[in-house]
Write a protein that binds this ligand. Sequence first.
Ligand SMILES: Cc1ncc(COP(=O)(O)O)c(C=O)c1O
Length: 398
Amino acid sequence: MPSPLSAAAIDALRESIAGVRSTTHFNHAGSSLPSSATVEAIHAHLLREASLGPMEAGAAAAAQTERTRSLAARLLNAQPSEIALTTGNSAGWGAAFAALGPWRAGERILVARHEWGGNLATMRHVAQRAGATIEVIPSDSTGRVDPHALEAMLDERVRLIALTWLPANGGLINPAAAIGQIARRHHIPYFIDAAQAVGQVPVDVAALGCDVLAGVGRKALRGPRGTGLLYVRQDFLARLAPAFVDTHSAPLDAHGEPVLRNDAQCLESSEASLALHCGLANALHEALEIGVNNIRGQIDRIANRLRAQLAEIPGVSVLDQGVERSGLVSFNVAGLDALSVRRALAAQGITIGSNGVAYTPFDMTSRGLTQIARASVSYLTTDAEIDRLLAGIRTLAH
Ligand SMILES: Cc1ncc(COP(=O)(O)O)c(C=O)c1O
């Protein structure tokens, strides 16, 4: 497949990233490398805070926060009023889940087997006390969640369908829009964890048919740590009762009564890092300028090359399932645990991730896996970096 971004364009983009000169980074799914313009946007606001006073600088930069929200809305095909700015994926997803209100005995939550462990912890914490259940939707033979199996599980007790679109432990991409069609048809709330998707694959919340979609700044978007985006469908907002409100989400009126905002900001908190909002705005702007379709095409090309060449190394098993695949490449090296692979590569200046069971417990246990090594690529990953990674793994597999 021809490269959707020219080599010259990639070189120019890499010029502006300090990290590519000091590390060979294959942990973009953990957190990617920001551009210097993103770092400068954060720094510039911190300097404004230091010279004007943080609250005074904040008032002057309020337009930046709204710019961040508008850019996020554009990226997701949503309205700005449907976007809450959060501090991370779990913070946004958890706030929306908590706002569903109390759970009752017998109510059911249906999840795909790839659900992020943090979301499962959030759901279990509440469901166990209430006597609600969490049930796993079967996957098809390729490992993807099976929409037909979901349909067969539905009854009036199902109160939530939750899907992790791009799982954390490999390259599989779930059919999120097909699940959305079923959720819409049956009027069941549908939450998508898009932590790995936002900035990596085109996201159109209308086409996905979701009520809530959580994303994060620091991964494929190459924004700062401590930032996240939460989409809540306008018509769904009325069904939410935030578990926690403050002077921003529900200011008191003249009678001392809290007045809940009628937009997604009802799930935001009053205190936020405007410096990080400035950085996130820049990262969103860059992703929109480059074009998420181009990013997706480039990641696909690079990840497929990595997968194909890894599979040729004796002793290495590539573990990615699914049909359409993401930039997350999971593998194991015979005779070595994933953490040792990660540490040995780190000693050579190459960063990868390694996951145990807890991040994706249903998927790992159903496949008999206790750990995976994970090399995740960016659209800025070069062939030379892939060669370096493969050489490192060849030495270990020997
Ligand atoms: C699929 C998925 N969901 C959620 C998270 C958690 O994101 P955060 O640490 O921002 O809460 C991650 C982090 O890697 C993830 O991969």
